[in-house]
Design a protein around this ligand. Structure first.
Ligand code: PEP
Length: 253
């Protein structure tokens, strides 16, 4: 029996104006599960963080940023820093999402800098790793993930890594409707935990939450959550509709 508290996080990507985001947050809050053992986080676009926080602040729902820059402030037009996310009410930040790697030049090196900056700001980073379809077909899944983990977590001590969440998000499953099979997901999560064991030791490996992302929906959440090394989900498309997200977070009902 694991003591890791499951985390179900909704990534709203670049969807929703402030008023749409507020309406969605209100609906989610109305349908919270009675199980206090599941942590819930929502990550609206940056413009909607503060308005959404005003709705969820007295509820168990946590707020997350979808990205951040590694400097705390400066002449970096268009960027948002860790302390700024905290000031908007965030306790989490997603780092290295495959859409940021694909469209905005995010690298393992920038991921590494952002993890350190997020921790310094008091945020819990959710680090996304995952292979493309071509890499999986070429049987490179484990070597790709090892490299993303090694470089992304470079020079982090066990102490500074503590609390970080890993999200396994196979790129071929994001927004495609294809989900990794339970066996594929469990196999990779177990491998990631083994990596953490070698890198940071058994205590950190057994405490770290490794969540799955990639077309999670009400129909597959329970099967995924039943797997030994799956400690939650990062949900994209299905988190945009409050009734669908509510079904996911109430998967035990
Ligand atoms: C995501 O955005 O992290 C994600 C997993 O998206 P989707 O659930 O739509 O595949």
């Amino acid at each position: 029996m694991t003591s890791r508290r499951p985390l179900i996080a909704g990534n709203w990507k670049m969807y929703k104006t402030c008023s749409e985001a507020e309406d969605t947050a209100r609906e989610i809050v109305k349908n919270l599960p009675d199980m206090p053992d599941v942590e819930i986080m929502i990550a609206p676009p940056a413009t909607a963080l503060a308005p959404v926080f005003s709705i969820i602040r007295d509820t168990p729902v946590e707020l997350g940023g979808q990205n951040m820059f590694w400097e705390a402030q400066g002449a970096y037009t268009g960027e948002v820093s860790g302390p700024m996310l905290v000031s908007a009410g965030c306790s989490y930040v997603i780092i290295g999402h495959s859409e940021r790697r694909q469209y905005f030049g995010e690298t393992d090196d920038s991921v590494n800098r952002k993890i350190n900056a997020a921790k310094a700001a008091g945020l819990t980073p959710i680090i996304c790793v995952g292979e493309t379809e071509t890499e999986r077909d070429a049987e490179k899944t484990f070597s790709v993930l090892d490299k993303q983990m090694e470089n992304g977590l470079e020079s982090l001590s066990a102490d500074s890594f503590k609390g970080v969440v890993i999200a396994y998000e196979p790129v071929w499953a994001i927004g495609t409707g294809r989900t990794a099979t339970a066996q594929q997901a469990q196999e990779v999560h177990a491998r990631l935990r083994k990596f953490l064991d070698k890198r940071f030791g058994g205590d950190i490996a057994s405490q770290t939450r490794i969540v799955y992302g990639g077309s999670v929906k009400p129909e597959n959440i329970a099967e995924l959550m039943a797997l030994e090394d799956i400690d939650g989900a990062l949900v994209g498309g299905a988190s945009l509709k409050p009734d669908t997200f509510s079904k996911i977070i109430n998967y035990k009902r």
